[in-house]
Write a protein that binds this ligand. Structure first.
Ligand code: ARG
Ligand code: ZN
Length: 885
């Protein structure tokens, strides 16, 4: 059944408060819910029954005002829950249900992870714990009593403050938690287990002391330092930048090894995937450290953008997710290098969101219908949603954006609201009309902006003409124009900044300015332009669009060398690389793989390397930025730029270019390795990470180029590097080769980390990403490895997900073996975890973009999945959309 935005109705009842009692047990947990019911006469229609959501609950008793209710007369059990047939105007409803956490492999509701018990309720997991009006616009005050064996579950946690605890007969104990903030059920959490805490404190700017606690297994307690530091930074940052202070006296984070997503912002009690909490230099990479900082911040920021102000319905998911991703991106930019962060965000968007927006599951940032809401926790809702929020920031400026945020909280604190409410706050706080901007929420697809320009030597005027269009997406054949902010500047031929002055303006402006493209076709004329300029457009990636202009090679070289905007410099270089790769991969240009380097690429690489190969490092040269400039555009993004995708050709072109760069610049790359070999202790700072990134990029290019010294170095580094960043980078380079010690090194790595689940994930991933032709056979064999666990989402993503999303050439092998492998894994996983299975299936969805041979193979596997008996609605929704394309 389909849920539609247009059908929204407020809840028939308010449930202002609830008392829950849990008798916790791995196999049989009993839950009693005492619910205060109050009918909303403004919504309720006479004769209506009240559906309380529920799933997989065994009802043991049900009373209203102390009177037992009778099935058939007073209530009815239906597939979605329990229907109260003659619901009262008001009253106390008490239900008792039992559930089996040990059998809950979908990891939604109350489930077991190792020997602990924990919950995941977003989006609709609370209904697997008790009967409830499980919808985000129903806010309630929760009191929770947890009762369990003191030996098995010495720690008992829930939202809010612990108001009472004690022992009970028979080795049981209990704890009572009260959360004073009314909240939707999706923010509910309980955790019980043998956990230890790392504790710290934060003093808010108004002088309140907040206890910070990170709960882990005892063996992991030593790895929480970075998470704790990130949390304190986040708390301080939100006060400084948005004036937002934490509101409870305690903030808890629990690390859980079995988790469907990254983390969850439950009020006062975040539950995290261990991957986003635990780190030390021996086991975590720089990327892991950055991921922890970002996710800790993200969940913390949700306390205001998500919890204090929540979503009216799940169509508004981006209200909290897009905004919170934007906030965590701004935070990471402030903590690290802003340019490097921005480039990373854009690369991610292009690799994942652009394909989604161009494929059969494309949907607007605010979707208007869904079968299973879990399928909408997507790059579009999260990352394009963050770009939409960023555009307000770009259009209104940092101060204007802050005014909008202040008004948003002033109006809506404690409410469940919509994306339109957020847009209205931004508009009203700044006295601007943002009605056209609303199309970013309602229309799917990546807009294309085409730019032409003309310089008039006589009048010294320069005219930029932009046209916008947006391809059709499912259910949306025709699009209305968007309001697109184009941040831009003009450069002279020798790279100097030219002032910009639009016709009608009294004075010229220096630096970046923002043009507002709102029509299908629009021209902007600049006056007093001394020479034919080079336009620098979409600085900072000011809008989530594809921008096209026929740049000359010389213009791109000038932009790459001189643009004042770091993103635009990087982008110009990427355009140079993209041109070469697309030409090389063009099916019309049949020929042997390239061995030489085109001059445009050689110049770019030489310019990137030069500051790092002299006597001293050039002033202002940033190794992290250089590493990004040397990273070739990814295959998923390249696939977005061609009409028909031949994944093997894109892969071969990219490999050949890597190899050619590695050969031609071997001496310089070896110098970089020598220069950036760190000898001191590992520091997870942005600066040190940047040096490692450049050094390991050099190593990767050299190994690709077959450099024997580098291959030997990679082998040593994979065996003995003192930190995981260097060790994993070396192992990643080495697994592509036929190095005689390859399997011995892989085995030793596994043995060194046999007890560390997160490092074993990396070990699976590294093998799944190998460029060697036998990779699928290896991956299939690894499914049977004792350290592999098909029930653990991190393992499945590490092995199966890495192969199908990160090893495109082999996944798309022309014999269809990769497709068959994925379909098998989807079907097997769907047997117990439809949420995880629905995420796995994505790489099969864009079959229509592939060459004819692959289209049929992919379709056949989608069809096979579709015909599997008992398929979850999660997978069904995705597969049906894919097949309908
Ligand atoms: N709200 C969480 C976050 O982004 C994600 C939870 C998603 N869970 C799910 N089952 N879809 O921080
Ligand atoms: Zn979130």
């Amino acid at each position: 059944t389909v849920t539609r935005l247009a059908d929204y109705r407020p809840p028939l009842y308010r449930l202002p408060s609830v008392s829950l009692t849990f008798w916790l047990d791995r196999q049989k947990t009993t839950v009693e819910a005492r619910i205060r019911l109050e009918r909303d006469e403004a919504v309720y229609r006479p004769g209506e029954s009240l559906l309380l959501h529920g799933g997989k609950l065994a009802l043991e008793s049900l009373t209203l005002e102390g009177e037992p209710l009778m099935e058939g007369r007073d209530y009815r059990l239906v597939p979605d829950g329990l229907e109260l047939l003659n619901p009262p105007v008001a009253g106390e409803l008490v239900s008792r249900v039992s559930i089996d956490p040990s059998a809950n492999l979908e990891l939604e509701g109350l489930y077991a992870s190792g020997d602990m018990l924990c919950t995941q309720c977003e989006a609709e997991g609370f209904r697997k714990i008790t009967y409830w009006l499980d919808r985000p616009d129903l806010l309630s005050v929760y009191t929770v009593k947890l009762i369990a064996s003191a030996a098995d579950y010495p720690v008992l946690l829930a939202n809010g403050n612990c108001i009472e605890h004690g022992t009970m007969p028979g080795g049981q104990h209990f704890a009572v938690w009260h959360d004073p903030f009314p909240k939707p059920a999706y923010l509910f959490a309980v955790v019980a287990g043998q956990l230890v805490k790392t504790a710290d404190r934060f003093t808010t700017r108004s002088g309140r002391t907040v206890d910070l606690e990170i709960w882990t297994r005892a063996a992991d307690a030593a790895k929480t330092g970075h998470a704790m530091m990130s949390l304190k930074h986040s708390m301080a940052w939100d006060e400084q930048v948005f004036g937002l202070e934490y509101d409870l006296d305690i903030y808890m984070i629990v690390a859980v090894g079995d988790f469907n997503m990254g983390a969850m912002e439950n009020k006062g009690l975040n539950v995290f995937n261990t991957k986003y909490v635990l780190a030390d230099p021996q086991t975590a990479t720089d990327l892991d450290y950055q991921g922890i900082e970002a996710v800790i911040a993200h969940e913390y920021f949700h306390n205001w953008t998500g919890n204090r102000v929540t979503c009216r319905d799940w169509f508004q998911l981006s209200l909290k997710e897009g905004l919170t991703v934007f906030r965590d991106q701004q935070f990471s930019a402030d903590m690290n290098s802003a340019a490097v962060q921005r480039i990373g965000n854009v690369r991610g968007l292009r690799a994942v969101q652009f394909p989604e927006d161009a494929g059969p599951t494309a949907h607007p940032v605010r979707p208007d219908s869904y079968v299973e809401i879990n399928n909408f926790y997507t790059a579009t809702v999260y990352n394009k949603g963050a770009e939409v929020v960023r555009m307000y920031h770009t259009l209104l400026g940092a101060d204007g954006f802050r005014r909008g945020m202040d008004l948003y909280f002033q109006r809506h604190d404690g409410q469940a609201v919509t994306c339109d409410d957020f847009r209205a706050a931004m508009a009203d706080a700044n006295g601007v009309d943002l009605s056209q901007f609303g199309r970013w929420y309602s229309q799917a697809g990546t807009p294309v902006v085409r730019v032409t320009d003309q310089y008039d030597t006589e009048t010294k005027t320069y005219t930029l003409t932009m046209t916008q269009s947006c391809p059709p997406t499912p259910g949306q054949p025709v699009k209305e124009p968007f309001l697109i902010p184009i941040a831009m500047g003009l450069l002279s031929a020798d790279g100097q900044t030219l002032p910009t002055q639009l016709t009608g303006e009294a004075t010229a402006q220096a630096g970046t300015r923002v043009l507002r493209l709102s029509d299908v076709r629009q021209s902007f004329t600049f006056v007093n332009v001394a020479e034919a300029p080079i336009p620098s457009l979409l600085r900072g990636f000011s809008a989530p669009v594809k921008l096209e202009r026929a740049w000359t090679d010389a213009e791109l070289a000038t932009l790459a060398a001189h643009d004042s905007d770091a993103f635009a410099r990087w982008e110009a270089g990427q355009t140079v690389l993209t041109r070469v790769l697309l030409a090389d991969a063009d099916p019309a240009s049949i020929g042997p793989a390239r061995t030489d380097l085109p001059e445009t690429v050689a110049n770019l690489v030489a310019a990137t390397l030069a500051p790092f190969t002299g006597e001293t490092v050039g002033a202002g040269a940033d190794p992290a930025f250089a590493a990004l400039c040397l990273a070739l555009p990814g295959e998923a993004y390249l696939a977005e730029l061609v009409p028909v995708v031949y994944p093997d050709r894109l892969h071969a072109a990219r490999n050949a270019l890597r190899t050619a760069i590695g050969r031609r610049y071997a001496d310089d790359l070896l110098k970089i390795i020598a220069r950036f070999t760190d000898t001191g202790p590992f520091q997870p700072t942005a600066e040190a990470a940047g040096r490692r990134a450049l050094r390991n990029t050099a190593l990767d290019l050299l190994v690709a180029g077959g450099n024997s010294a580098a291959i030997a170095l990679a082998a040593d580094q994979a065996k003995a590097a003192g930190n995981m960043t260097d060790r994993l980078a070396a192992l990643t380079a080495l697994v592509d080769t036929d190095h005689p010690e390859r399997s011995a090194i892989l085995e030793a790595f596994q043995a060194d980390f046999a007890e560390d689940a997160l490092v074993l994930d990396k070990w699976f991933t590294v093998q799944a990403l190998s460029r060697r032709a036998d990779t699928l056979a290896q991956v299939t064999a690894l499914l049977g490895h004792p350290a592999y666990d098909a029930k653990n989402p991190n393992k499945v993503r590490a092995l199966v997900g890495s192969f199908t999303t990160g090893n495109r050439a082999q996944f798309h092998a022309l014999d269809g073996s990769g497709y068959g492998f994925l379909a098998d894994q989807v079907i097997a996983t769907d047997g117990f975890n439809g949420k995880l299975a629905a995420r796995l299936v994505a790489p099969l969805a864009p079959w229509k973009k592939m060459d004819p041979a692959r289209q049929g193979l992919m379709r056949a596997e989608l069809d096979r999945i579709r015909k599997t008996p008992g398929l979850s609605k999660d997978v069904t929704e995705i597969v049906e959309k894919a097949l309908a394309a």
